[in-house]
Ligand binder design. Structure first.
Ligand code: GAP
Length: 498
């Protein structure tokens, strides 16, 4: 049973993942702020994406372009003309809806078969009492909807101090275009050979008509996009290069989401029908995830052909081609575009990680994040906060581990409570310093300089020498097996799970 969106929204606020933007002023529509743990999680997603798709690959380079671009970019790309959604308004309550989403919404119905009483009917369904289907506004149940008109999703703004038509520019609605307009710069400065890709992660803005569902569809969001340029005249394994690389990228992106914890059962591919393809695309597949709102797009992987480079060459008057040394010809590369949303990826990882279970008669909420995604890797907890030596040792361990990872110290509750708090934010390991670690000077007892490591998922505990903490966490946080590590230290302590 997938977790309900409301549960995630409330956990996110309570534990510092995501807050509503400008909440003290009543909030801003569909814009969200990432709190202390949310920002760590988001950075981990972007860092892993960059490491796996840029740093590790010889055929990839990065870019960090400005959000404000020349307005001609958006004419050439087709966004000024075609980046629109059909919109309808209610003549009564003035609410606005995307014409193609309105039927899927639950609708208010004043049923004539039940003395005009008000009922909420699930999206797309007929009233079970009178059999009527929705024709009026789904929100107020009274107003007629206008006919659909096209609404451009780009945010307009003005460049410079004069607010006239000549100064109009746009907040970028996708990061992709910067990779096309910098194609020549990157190609020449890095002396690249096809196939190669340019990657960029950054903010995009869309004035969505019906944003919502928490961070799923917002007006300001982050994307991680790759434009992978291939030679359309080449074949790979007997197939046209663009088609071969399209399938390779689909497989690589699916594998990436699985690697960091999304389960097979919650992932699927959906091919775009011919009539829903974007104006630039030869073929597009979405990776869909089973969100609490149902199967929905997590990322798209499109074959954009040579559309963008040709358009920018036409509008700028510059040559945007690649010289194929072997064939002695200039070619306009085709582009495969794996385009992911950071916020949607974060939501998917959050949904997948969330679990409730019963431990000794009590509910335990645990976020089973992959260790490389977890916002906090280790929490250092003193068993007794009144024992100076224990507290001092715990702080020293935190400082040492913090050279490598995000590590926190917490002594604000009893140990059982502290463990549950860390479970709820997905911290994979806790380190507990106790009397045995430091000894009791009053009794002339030496400490054993060992601490307890507690594993989030199994709740098992092992005793490990303080000097071995860094190598042990290096192994565990890179995905090392808990049972193997535990075995090296004499196995988990009997009856010590907590
Ligand atoms: N350059 C191609 C492009 O932008 P897209 O399918 O419109 O393609 C790519 O966007 C990804 O960006 C989506 O799969 C989604 O993860 C994310 N995304 C798009 N619009 C979004 C929004 N309003 N809020 C959050 N994420 C969004």
């Amino acid at each position: 049973m997938p977790v309900a969106m409301d549960t995630l929204v409330s956990l996110s606020k309570r534990r510092g993942f995501v807050f509503q933007s400008s909440e003290i002023y009543g909030g801003t529509g569909s814009v969200w702020d990432y709190g202390p743990l949310g920002v760590e999680l988001k950075q981990n997603i972007k860092r892993l994406w960059w490491r796996d798709f840029v740093q590790m690959r010889p055929d990839m380079v990065g870019l960090d372009a400005a959000i404000l671009m020349h307005p001609m970019v958006w004419r050439a790309s087709g966004h000024v003309e075609q980046f629109t959604d059909p919109m309808v308004d209610c003549r009564e309550c003035q609410h606005r809806f995307r014409a193609d989403h309105v039927d899927a919404r639950p609708w208010l119905h004043f049923c004539p078969a039940s003395k005009g009483n008000k009922f909420e009917i699930p999206g797309g369904e007929a009233c079970p009492r009178c059999g009527a289907r929705r024709t009026l506004c789904p929100d107020c149940g009274k107003g007629e909807l206008t006919t659909a008109r096209q609404f451009n999703l780009m945010f307009k703004t003005f460049m410079g101090p004069v607010e006239d038509d000549a100064a109009v520019t746009y907040l970028r609605p996708e990061t992709a275009q910067a990779m096309f307009v910098n194609f020549e710069n990157v190609l020449q400065s890095m002396r690249l050979k096809l196939p190669f890709g340019i990657a960029q992660a950054g903010r995009s803005f869309r004035n969505e008509i019906t944003p919502g569902n928490f961070i799923f569809r917002t007006r300001e969001f982050e994307q991680m996009e790759i434009e992978y340029f291939v030679n359309p005249h080449e074949t790979v394994e007997g197939r046209p290069a663009d088609e071969y690389w399209h399938d390779r990228w689909i497989a690589d992106c699916m594998a990436w989401f699985r690697r960091y914890g999304l389960s097979e059962a919650n992932l699927r591919l959906r091919e775009h029908e011919k009539d829903e393809l974007a104006h630039y695309a030869k073929r597009t597949l979405d990776i869909e995830y089973r969100f609490p709102i149902g199967w929905s797009e997590l990322m798209g992987i499109a074959n954009r052909t040579d559309f963008d480079l040709k358009q920018h060459a036409k509008f700028s008057g510059k040559t945007l081609t690649y010289f194929d040394e072997e064939r002695k010809e200039h070619v306009v590369p085709y582009v495969i575009e794996p385009a992911a949303g950071v916020d949607r990826a974060l939501l998917a990882f959050l949904v997948e990680a969330y679990q409730e279970e019963e431990v000794r008669g009590e509910k335990r909420v645990v976020l089973r994040f992959h260790p490389e995604l977890a916002p906090v890797k280790v929490a250092v907890l003193p068993l007794l906060k009144k024992r100076e030596e224990i507290v001092k040792t715990a702080h020293a361990i935190r400082s040492e581990l913090a050279k490598h990872w995000r590590v926190v110290y917490d002594d604000t509750a009893a140990i059982g409570r502290l463990y549950r708090r860390q479970d709820e934010v997905g911290t994979p390991y806790c380190v507990t310093v106790d009397v045995q670690t430091v000894g009791d000077a009053d009794k002339g007892e030496q400490g054993d300089q060992r601490v307890t490591i507690r594993d989030r998922d199994s709740m098992q505990q092992i005793r490990v020498p303080v000097r071995e903490l860094v190598p042990v966490f290096q192994e565990l946080l890179a995905g090392g097996d808990w049972a193997t590590v535990a075995g090296r230290f004499g196995g988990p302590a009997a009856g010590a799970a907590g």
